[in-house]
Design a protein around this ligand. Structure first.
Ligand code: SF4
Ligand code: SF4
Length: 314
């Protein structure tokens, strides 16, 4: 691959911050895929399982169970952000921490880690191209997720253009919360859009995600009317968005979309809870149980009866 895409339209270097690369992903679009998780998200969903993807800059993660209480991190920190007393655990003031990584380098056990790495579009696509044989054998490709990938619009734009030039199938996993023109442009640059629809009640959507629902529905309609291939992904959060009225609202809206896109019901899980601990953040849905398989099947039937193709998981 040449060095096209390494510069923005004005000749400046464009870079983006990626907080994870998930290889052999089988739920982020067709076939075997590699998913790049772009950092930064304007939403603040109660049930978010990627809290490390929320803030745009890199962030420090700390695994208490791996800490030997040696104090090396506190001695190395140039900001004086770490409070340490012998025999205790280091306490990091996250308001002061600049995620410089000095403590990570000296920690003997890998208890500390900086999450988020800067790439140029070309570097990221070269990394993704390593998995091309798996994509070709399975009908897979690359998925850009987050965080909210639209929050790094120029980086995403260049990645999608470069991926397309390399003949890679591309999927964009988005909340759809952005300007309509941007959503449409990125949708047209992608082969598939995975559209996350988190609730159908305006007040509850605002309360539980921090952003309004109306523009998200408008953007979804615009993508569908533009003929852009869509998969709809609905996180099923027990007691929040799985009541009969809400499910009816989902079905009514989705069954009126052109070409009725397939629906994927994603059961809530608390797998991300440990990540909150590592980032020093509170987990806000403590005690909430995932929906049972029977409950998921019951919900799936409602979509199916309305003539929608529905899947559980994915
Ligand atoms: S990442 Fe840098 S600033 Fe933050 S605690 Fe470690 S050494 Fe200090
Ligand atoms: S350097 Fe690592 S092992 Fe030592 S106190 Fe800091 S976090 Fe714990």
């Amino acid at each position: 691959m040449g060095n096209e895409g390494a510069k923005g339209p004005g000749g400046e270097a464009t870079t983006g911050i990626v907080f994870d690369l998930k290889r052999y992903a089988i739920h982020d679009g067709p076939g075997i895929r590699t998913t790049a998780f772009l950092k930064g998200c304007p939403l603040d969903c109660l049930w978010c399982h990627n809290p490390e993807g929320k803030d745009p800059p890199p962030v420090l993660s700390f695994v208490e169970a791996r800490c030997l209480s040696c104090g090396a991190c506190a001695a190395a920190c140039p900001e004086g952000a770490i409070d340490f007393s012998p025999g205790g655990l280091p306490k990091t003031d996250r308001e002061v921490c600049t995620a410089c990584g000095a403590c990570v380098k000296v920690c003997p056990t890998g208890a500390r880690e900086i999450i988020g790495r800067r790439y140029t579009p070309r570097e990221l696509i070269e990394e993704l191209l390593r998995d091309r044989p798996f994509f070709e054998a399975s009908g897979g490709g690359v998925t850009f997720s987050g965080g909210e990938p639209l929050a790094q619009a120029e980086f995403l734009r260049q990645c999608l253009i470069l991926a397309r030039r390399q003949g890679l199938h591309t999927a964009l996993d988005t909340s759809g919360y952005a300007q309509k023109d941007l959503v449409l442009e990125m949708g047209r640059l992608s082969d598939l859009v995975l559209y996350d629809l988190k609730d159908m009640d305006e007040g509850r959507h605002l309360k539980n995600t921090g952003v309004p629902l109306a523009p998200i529905l408008k953007n979804l309609l615009a993508l569908a009317e533009a003929g852009i291939p869509l998969w709809i992904r609905i996180p099923v959060i027990p007691g929040i968005n799985d009541g009969p009225e809400t499910i009816r609202a989902y079905v009514n809206f989705l069954s009126r979309l052109p070409r009725k896109p397939p629906v994927f019901l994603l059961p809530y899980h608390a797998i991300g809870k440990e990540k909150y601990r590592r980032l020093g953040l509170p987990y806000r849905l403590d005690g909430l149980k995932p929906p049972s398989r029977a409950r998921m099947e019951e919900l799936a039937q409602v979509f199916s009866k309305a003539g929608l193709e529905v899947h559980i998981g994915g």
